[in-house]
Design a protein. Structure first.
Length: 402
């Protein structure tokens, strides 16, 4: 068979531990035999980030700016234990945070549904997609430990103007303070990214903040969303029969538990971080959640929502077979290929990606699955396959479709 040509480069960002092992396996078994791709490779293995003083992470983000489409493996965010384990120079910043700060944008996380796994929340019939704002708030903060009595103030000095001072707290004893921010530019693009995604996928859009308590900060997010909706999206939503719905975050959480799903839930950075893990596990497994960073500048970065699956990696290193689920990594690649196909206008590449996704879904629905899925599937499969057997089973189905 002649290989399918992917015209423009894809930025490939390799990572750590078990996901690095699976990354190589899935390329070898599911992609390289069928595709003629130009991959611009960046190795974000934690040791290589350390060797380059994290320059490689910045280079990878710059490459996505050049080529528009990237696909990323999971990476270790170093903590004190990792510094010892890998003999690192320092606790490097999270690569995801570095890349998001450079590309800006919104992270959309959608569950991968199969017909033999029922969501833990029985009312959910359709996917709930999280749109997580990927800039600012507590992820780009200043924090200070207050040792004793004193006055904490918020000071803003306008260019060429007089400072504005607000008292945060008159401390009578020790405590803590934190300063956070966001920018109008980023909030407007967050709103546009969410409304555009809703229209693309033909699903309603919900947005929630704590605007009753945070009457300036969170209320500003609410007002920006309403303004962008009214001025740019209202007619398009009406024509498509879709709704935009704003509510207090507490109310949104309560409603989500009773709704049948099938909507985008736009969340501020922290809310999206927390809620996406809850949704992923309630929909089945962390390995059944896709993730894409959509930048307002037209850059797309696809990844798995889960981490490096450290515990499985230690088993793998000890020579044991693991049963690690590669679905989210496969869907990261198919997402990147589908976007590349759209930008390059190469339907044969999109067709390949669709066949690969179908092969992966059908494999699980036929009862061939890894341990995480076997525990929750109905009917219960007679057993589960290991990491490599799962990829082989998908490869076999894919082969028969091509
Ligand atoms: P994790 O790698 O997501 O794994 C947590 C647990 O979830 C695993 O121990 C496993 O449960 C289950 N799991 C996750 N993915 C799975 C898969 N594909 N197949 C089967 N089971 C899966 O999170 P973590 O252990 O908290 O973090 C490990 C490392 O990943 C950390 O160094 C962290 O910094 C990094 N991380 C990276 C990213 C990213 O790059 N996007 C995101 C999060 C975390 P069982 O052990 O019970 O089988
Ligand atoms: Mg998280």
């Amino acid at each position: 068979m002649e290989k399918i040509k992917v015209i423009s480069p894809i930025v490939e960002i390799d990572g750590d531990e078990m996901t690095r092992i699976m990354w190589a396996m899935l390329k070898e078994k599911l992609l390289l035999p069928y595709l003629d791709m130009q991959l611009e490779y960046y190795d974000l293995h934690v040791k290589h980030r350390d060797d380059t003083d994290d320059q490689v992470t910045i280079d990878a983000a710059e490459a996505i700016k050049r080529h528009k489409v990237g696909v990323k493996c999971a990476t270790i965010t170093p903590n004190a234990d990792r510094v010892t384990e890998y003999d690192l120079k320092q606790q490097w910043k999270s690569p995801n945070a570095t890349i998001r700060a450079m590309l800006d944008g919104t992270v959309f996380r959608a569950p991968i549904l199969v017909n033999n796994v029922k969501p833990a929340v029985t009312s959910w019939k359709k996917p709930i997609v999280i749109g997580r704002h990927a800039y600012g708030d507590v992820y780009k903060n200043q924090e200070h430990r207050v040792d004793g009595p004193g006055k904490a103030e918020l000071v803003f000095t306008p260019e060429g103007g007089e400072p504005v001072r607000l008292t945060i707290q008159d401390f009578g004893g020790p405590g803590i303070i934190q300063g956070i921010h966001n920018t109008d530019e980023s909030i407007y693009s967050f709103a546009r990214a969410c409304f555009t995604y809703s229209l693309d996928r033909k699903i309603d859009c919900w947005f929630s903040t704590k605007d009753t308590i945070s009457k300036t900060y969170d209320a500003h997010f609410r007002d920006v969303f309403q303004e962008v909706f009214d001025n740019e999206f209202k007619d398009k939503f009406e024509a498509a029969g879709l709704q935009y719905f704003f509510t207090l975050i507490d109310d949104a959480v309560a409603r989500v538990m009773k709704d049948e799903g099938g909507f985008l839930w736009a969340c501020k950075n922290y809310d999206g971080d927390v809620m996406s893990d809850m949704l992923a596990s309630a929909f089945g497994s962390l390995a059944m959640m896709t993730s894409v960073l959509v930048s307002p500048h037209g850059y797309f970065e696809y990844e798995a929502a889960h981490g490096t699956v450290q515990r499985h990696y230690y088993k793998h290193q000890a020579g044991e077979k693991t049963s690690t689920n590669s679905m989210a990594l496969i869907f990261a690649w198919t997402g990147a290929l589908t976007k590349r196909a759209e930008l390059d206008n190469t339907p044969e590449v999109a067709d390949f990606a669709a066949k690969l996704e179908q092969s992966a879904l059908e494999t699980i629905e036929a009862g061939v699955m890894t341990g995480d899925m076997a525990r929750i599937a109905e009917p219960k499969p007679s057993g589960h396959v290991n990491t490599e057997q799962f990829l082989d089973a998908i490869a076999e189905r894919l082969q028969s479709k091509l």
